[in-house]
Design a protein around this ligand. Sequence first.
Ligand SMILES: Cc1cc2nc3c(=O)[nH]c(=O)nc-3n(C[C@H](O)[C@H](O)[C@H](O)COP(=O)(O)O)c2cc1C
Length: 184
Amino acid sequence: MSETVNDVSKGAIDPAALFTFSYGLYIVGTAWEGRLNAQVADAVMQLTAQPVCVAVSINKANYTTELLEKSKKFSVCVFGSDVPMPFIGNFGFHTGRDYDKFAKCSYRVSDMGLPIVTEYSLAAVEAEVIEIVDIYTHKLFIGEARTARILAQGIPLTYADYHNLKKGKSPAGAPSSVFNELPK
Ligand SMILES: Cc1cc2nc3c(=O)[nH]c(=O)nc-3n(C[C@H](O)[C@H](O)[C@H](O)COP(=O)(O)O)c2cc1C
């Protein structure tokens, strides 16, 4: 892919305009040869209904990407709005390369062999990867859903509430990291 020309620092892109997009906050998990990993992502969406396809945009440097390219399957768990910040930080500010994120939470391994976080999760979707698209810093994993289940009743956490109410930040690798610079 060619060098990006629409750099935020050049002024043509106002991050505040992008922040009007609505996002949820999710844990994207995968597993390969007995190694489980999961990370926080807001760049998650449903793409189609028949069949149900979903996409996750994951930074190339992430351990999740490394495992996901091999396993070609992923889970998506939806954070409820009552999730504490340290719980988000456990999955969003550590890499699974040298840290066991699952030591600090309740989870189960599904029939598809994928991690399903059972604390502060309202729903879980599992998908098999049908396409991987290279997008500069990230890879877009498009998956066809195999299961989708409600785990608990509650209000889904939006990325806007994470930012505005919980005063949360995004690490440099997240697509939404430009929002860190917006005034509170
Ligand atoms: C609020 C929030 C949103 C995030 N969104 C994304 C995202 O959409 N895509 C992504 O690749 N990383 C995102 N991240 C960053 C990853 O969760 C983070 O880099 C994680 O440590 C990667 O872990 P890993 O190396 O174990 O895969 C986000 C983090 C936070 C806290």
